[in-house]
Write a protein that binds this ligand. Structure first.
Ligand code: DGY
Length: 326
């Protein structure tokens, strides 16, 4: 009997790949860059399972073209806005993701961006490398204090909570907003549930930790930025399109807010001529918030288990559309 087939859209940790190949004939896309959409489709036609990344767009037409034998889509990320979930559910295809294992790593990275933006670390480092460190000066590179400041978290889920927990060491007041009050988190840490306008106007640091969907797209637009303090710092380690990037550029340029730390942009990668890249008060890193060795290894393992479980008709360990099992 022939073995099931899978397509893996990028290189993953070797132990995870070995686990897959013990049971399945798996092709791996070898390039650093994602396969172009038409190539991805050709590679996936006829496979039983796909292990994909957030750079691979997968919708209902794609699923139809891959064929009715497709049993599982296993995403190597916690976010899955690149996959059209209602179509997967309609096709009876479970979609896996990799939650929890990256929570601490991502919260650490949000804090790295917060501190870097607050204390002008990127700007200072660039100056040193360019030979522009000429002296110690009382008025040079003045940033914002973090200790004792107010942190506002938009999206109090697992990552938002861990961002909040890290603020304890900085003696911060924590505000949060979300579509519903998160009492299980309030029971563990002092934090105040507020509406988004209050959060924006009272926070010294605003951390975006929400999912991307139609109601969070451009949630941080010119109007929202206009409500923030002129010294405040915006941190985004969620998804780029939650922020209107042109509005952010103008707010940073015009001093409507103080600084920003971005792990994510819109589009990704950011265009070389994006005006944000001309600003000293914007720290930008290439979507690396979950990129620790241990976390990416564990994400690879979970994605591999989800792929294999789905191919064998077993329940995924982390499934974003469990309604397929009803
Ligand atoms: C995710 O998992 O959604 C992150 O953005 C990448 O790790």
């Amino acid at each position: 009997m022939s073995r099931p087939r899978a397509f893996i859209t990028r290189e993953i940790f070797p132990d995870a790949l070995e686990m897959i190949r013990a049971e399945v004939d798996a092709e791996v896309w070898p390039d650093e860059l994602p396969p172009p959409p038409d190539v991805l489709l050709e590679e996936c036609r006829g496979v039983d399972g796909i292990l994909c990344l957030l750079t691979d767009k997968i919708d209902g037409d794609f699923m139809d073209a891959v064929g009715p034998q497709l049993k599982v889509i296993s995403q190597l990320a916690v976010g899955f806005d690149n996959i059209y979930i209602p179509d997967a559910t309609r096709h009876g295809i479970p979609v896996g993701n990799t939650p929890e294992v990256l929570t601490h790593t991502t919260a650490d990275a949000a804090w790295a961006l917060l501190l870097a933006a607050a204390r002008r670390i990127g700007e200072g480092e660039r100056a040193v490398r360019a030979g522009n460190w000429r002296t110690w000066h009382p008025l040079h590179y003045l940033g914002q204090d973090v200790y004792g400041a107010t942190l506002g978290i938009i999206g109090m889920g697992r990552i938002g909570f861990e961002v909040a927990r890290r603020s304890l060491g900085f003696n911060m007041r924590v505000l949060y907003s979300d579509i519903v009050r998160q009492e299980q988190y309030e029971a563990q840490l002092p934090m105040e549930y507020v509406d988004i306008d209050t959060l924006l106007s009272q926070s010294d640091f605003v951390s975006l930790n929400t999912v991307l969907n139609s109601s969070t797209h451009h949630l941080i637009d010119a109007e929202a930025l206009g409500k923030m303090k002129p010294t405040s710092v915006l941190v985004n380690a969620s998804r780029g399109p939650i922020v209107d990037q042109q509005a952010l550029y103008e707010a940073l340029r015009d001093g409507e807010i103080g600084a920003a730390g971005l792990d994510v942009t819109d589009p990704e990668p950011i265009r070389e001529d994006d005006p944000l890249l001309t600003l000293e008060n914007c720290v930008i890193v290439p979507h690396i918030a979950s990129a620790s060795v241990a976390t990416r290894r564990e994400m690879s393992r979970i994605a591999a288990v989800n792929l294999l479980n789905g191919i064998k008709g077993e329940r995924l360990i982390t499934c974003v559309n469990p309604e397929v099992y009803i």
